[in-house]
Unconditional design. Structure first.
Length: 255
């Protein structure tokens, strides 16, 4: 899977300089940010930074939205702006990253063949983002999620994958997911969701004590992302589940 990255990195180097990473948004600022960035894009559709930042804000708003229809609409809009960003500067990491992120979020709202079609683009765009900037921790995170989700495809989705990929993508595994999440954490150890998703991957692997350690790390970190409160709530619930699993494992060993 990663053999394409050296070529992509060359293309990114030829295309231009890397734009700095986005600052973390404050939850209360998202609506105001959306208004300001929408105005910026309307005034100048060629504003690359405004396009990908608007995609970022729309993803955050979608994550916080409870209504399924409105959530999908926000992710759809994010995809539109991320595609515009990539078209403007295909050699920078953030357009590719937010295209991978928005398409990935959209994939969570659909099923069947469409989900698989979108998952292919998620992988491809995340790889392009990393080729442009190997220290893009958030794109490593996306590849971690991609590996875990593909490794656990349902029989119905495996059938759909035969049509899109010619079969289930080779090489996707929990072990590769762990490696990607660990790389994301190496680059940015303060990001709550990196630890949450690594912990979830350990849960899938039935490594419950390792999962608890990651969830506890996530809870100890300061909030820096609009979704961190929700991530921490999930971490707390997962600790409760894992502790029960560990107790059962210990009971079996005693008997």
């Amino acid at each position: 899977m990663r053999s394409r990255i050296p070529f992509l990195a060359l293309m990114c180097a030829l295309a231009g300089a890397i734009i700095p990473a986005p600052a973390a948004a404050v939850p209360g600022d998202l609506a105001a940010e959306r208004t300001a960035l929408t105005a910026a894009v309307q005034a100048n559709p060629g504003d690359y930074a405004a396009q990908w930042n608007l995609a970022r804000v729309l993803i955050d708003l979608g994550n916080l939205e409870a209504d399924g229809g409105r959530k999908q609409a926000l992710y759809d809009e994010a995809v539109t702006h991320a595609r515009a960003a990539v078209a403007l500067q295909p050699g920078d990491t953030w357009g590719h990253h937010y295209l991978a992120a928005s398409v990935g979020k959209l994939a969570l709202t659909v099923g069947g063949k469409r989900k698989i079609e979108l998952s292919k683009e998620v992988r491809d765009e995340a790889e392009k983002a990393i080729a442009c900037d190997p220290d893009n921790d958030r794109s490593h995170h996306i590849l971690g999620r991609w590996n875990r989700e593909v490794a656990h495809l349902s029989p119905v989705l495996k059938l759909a994958a035969k049509v899109v990929y010619g079969g289930v993508p080779q090489g996707a595994s929990d072990e590769k997911a762990v490696a990607e999440f660990k790389e994301a954490i190496r680059i940015n150890p303060q990001h709550v969701n990196h630890h949450l998703e690594l912990g979830i991957t350990y849960m899938e692997m039935k490594q419950f004590e390792a999962a608890i350690a990651e969830f506890e790390t996530a809870l100890a970190l300061p909030d820096a992302d609009p979704n961190d409160a929700a991530y921490k709530a999930e971490a707390r619930e997962n600790i409760r589940i894992c502790e029960k699993k560990v107790d059962r494992q210990n009971d079996k060993r005693r008997h």
